[in-house]
Design a protein around this ligand. Sequence first.
Ligand SMILES: [Zn+2]
Length: 134
Amino acid sequence: MMTMKCPRCRRGNMYKDSNPFRKLKLSHIFNMHEHCPECDQRFDMYEPGFWYGTGYVSYALAVAVSATTFVAWLVLIGVSFRDNRVFYWLGVNTFLLIVLQPWMMRLSRVIYLYFFVKYDPNYKVNSPQKLHTD
Ligand SMILES: [Zn+2]
């Protein structure tokens, strides 16, 4: 999942350029293949608003990242009410969330699609999944 591969065959790349940071434009970050290059699974599921649900996924991701950095901060640096260390964490965490944004936006789509498309070891024989209309 972390390698942004197709959920069905786990081989084909979902994104045309594997580096989301190469160009910081939405059109580049979301530059996906329409179909999996390996198994022909369609990625947008025929529905124009299909990706709206990814907002919740990226929110959950942001919370998960924040929780992780907070625990790491707690262990490595420590948090106290007597000084400003917790605010440094807040700053570092905010910075990290901004920097990771392109990657998180992509990952949230990948995670979202994994809810809908099941892994199929016989993807070469079976036809791609159809989940909604058509
Ligand atoms: Zn595939």
